[in-house]
Design a protein around this ligand. Structure first.
Ligand code: COA
Length: 198
């Protein structure tokens, strides 16, 4: 039986091993990775799928995480990586992770989710490239694979420019990375300078 739940610190080693085997050794060269470096996932949006075996400990079957980004000047989430253990692919685990992540993001009031992935897979969850035409990722990527789902209709209307990691700027000029928008009135969002993918 598969259970979807929050990732815990005890899942980290298994998550990294799963990502290595599911996505290969080049996974850290992806453009999306540049936006995740130094960041933590958005609150409540680091999910795992656990395979609850009757005769042994639960095993990690899948992982997905979502991250705060700025789409031009519009706050949004970036989804990824999504990966399922090779032995469980095709069993609906990826779909279950996606549906739970979308439901949680919607419930938390986020306006839109972006990702870079195969349209042939993500269209079933409502993702489309039609609202990302004015947006760009740092580094190498295919524009047809830059997809988005608006959780609030029109959330990405007018979103244009580079997708960037958030960088909170304190009023005294000090920089604090990874502070979420709206968590403190003393902070505002700015765009981090990002190196291009290798
Ligand atoms: C892509 C991935 C997350 C899907 O998870 P999953 O649990 O295997 O998928 P589900 O069981 O929910 O869905 C299976 C369906 O998705 C389809 N599918 C899976 N990967 C696909 C892809 N890259 N493109 C198009 N369709 C895909 C399958 O053909 C199947 O179609 P069907 O329902 O018509 O039979 C998983 O296969 C995986 O981890 N792949 C390697 C890592 C990866 O590529 N991640 C990024 C995806 S862009």
């Amino acid at each position: 039986m598969i259970c979807i739940g929050d990732e815990t610190p005890f899942d980290v080693a298994a998550r990294e091993a799963l990502l290595d085997v599911a996505m290969g050794p080049d996974r850290k060269l992806k453009s999306s990775e540049r936006l995740r470096e130094g960041q933590t996932p958005a609150d409540g949006l680091a999910l795992v799928a656990r395979d609850m075996a009757d005769d042994g400990p639960a095993r990690l079957a899948g992982t997905v995480r979502l991250w705060r980004v700025l789409a031009g000047e519009v706050p949004a989430l970036l989804l990824g990586p999504l990966a399922v253990a090779p032995g469980r692919q095709g069993d609906g685990v990826g779909g279950a992770l996606m549906r739970e992540a979308i439901a949680r993001a919607h419930a938390a009031g986020h306006g839109a989710i972006l990702l870079v992935g195969d349209p042939e897979y993500y269209v079933r969850f409502g993702f489309s490239a039609s609202v990302t035409a004015g947006l760009a990722m740092p580094g190498a990527y295919e524009q047809r694979r830059l997809l988005a789902l608006e959780l609030v209709p029109g959330a990405l209307a007018g979103a244009a420019g580079m997708i960037a990691a958030p960088l909170a700027v304190a009023t005294n000029g000090a920089l604090e990375a990874g502070v979420a928008a709206g968590e403190s009135g003393a902070l505002r969002w700015g765009a981090a300078l990002l190196p291009h993918a290798a």
